[in-house]
Design a protein around this ligand. Sequence first.
Ligand SMILES: Cc1ncc(COP(=O)(O)O)c(C=O)c1O
Length: 385
Amino acid sequence: MSQSPPIYLDHQATTPVDPRVLEAMLPYYKGDFGNASSATHAFGWRAEAAVEDARERIAQCLAVDPNEIVFTSGATESNNLAIHGALNATPGKAGSVVATAIEHPSVLEAATAQRAFGHRDVQVPVAASGLVDPSEIAAAIEDDTTLVSVSAANSEIGVLPDIAAIAVDCHERGVLFHTDAAQAIGKIPLSLADTEIDLLSFSAHKIYGPKGIGALYVRRRRPRIKLRPLVFGGGQEGGLRSGTLAVPLIVGFARALELCVEEQEGEAARLRGLREKLRLEIERSVPEAVVNGDLEHRLPGNLSVSIPDVDGERLLLDLRGLAVSSGSACSSGSGEPSHVLLALGRDKELARATVRFGLGRGTAEAEIAAAAGALAAAVRKQNSR
Ligand SMILES: Cc1ncc(COP(=O)(O)O)c(C=O)c1O
């Protein structure tokens, strides 16, 4: 008996490559396979031209200069480059990084790892809404603070803190500001033209582009940000990230971002409508469900709900027909409750009994009713045991 595939509602984990993106990439796997660093022949020149064109288009989407875009393997590497790079830019000088307690592990672990180099890391708590009060960030800045890192959108609960205000505070105190925009880019308006953001991480596979490519925006003027590279070698990307450039992925990345920016307004409204439909349906059929995180300052396609008095593991098993994410750290295989939900004040059991719905480009209205129905049935099944 063939089983239909689960309904994909995990767009915060990753997204399918848009066919328009794949089409843009294909020539660079075929005839145009050159190395962008080969300066002696046409294969290299064409590859280099494709990379520079992509860089320009990405820069345009963010209203920044093309030479402020550094290609990496993804947001994990971009976050590591920003944190490691800023703290170790001046050899022998100890610094510190201030981040919120709900940052992605690639920020928090990168910050903790800096202890081995003589630096400090500070975690600032968030409110029950998941939002951080900018004044709490300002209060955590000390004389040795090099960098503040606050994500533009949280990966689990989708909340959108006031990063523009935090960035202004940072510059007033002479501190760099980094934001992890892996979840935010292409989903909410994000122009860097009039912001004080110094470093911004993003990734292609969250925006219907290919996996394995991302970028770090590095401010070049007022002030020019100095970073120590993580990867040394042939000196690509202005010496900040050596290694042969992934031309097809870079071309796909640019197309993916352009499409998201072009379609952002309409798609955001559509997803917000579907998300609200899902929320209201769950509110009606599972009234005990608790929504995690602020609803107003939130990604349009994200809904995270916790269900009191149910076994989280069993809940996920009973939701096999839905591709959703749980409230535990599955990425590490540890099954530990999510640090984000604990930081919101949820207890361990409630944190484990959490479902993150990530709606996206492929999500249809009929799937919303099916998802809400599946959740209600899974909860009823446990309550009747
Ligand atoms: C907020 C955030 N930062 C960083 C990452 C890591 O991105 P990548 O998979 O591109 O390394 C993710 C992906 O889960 C994320 O949601």
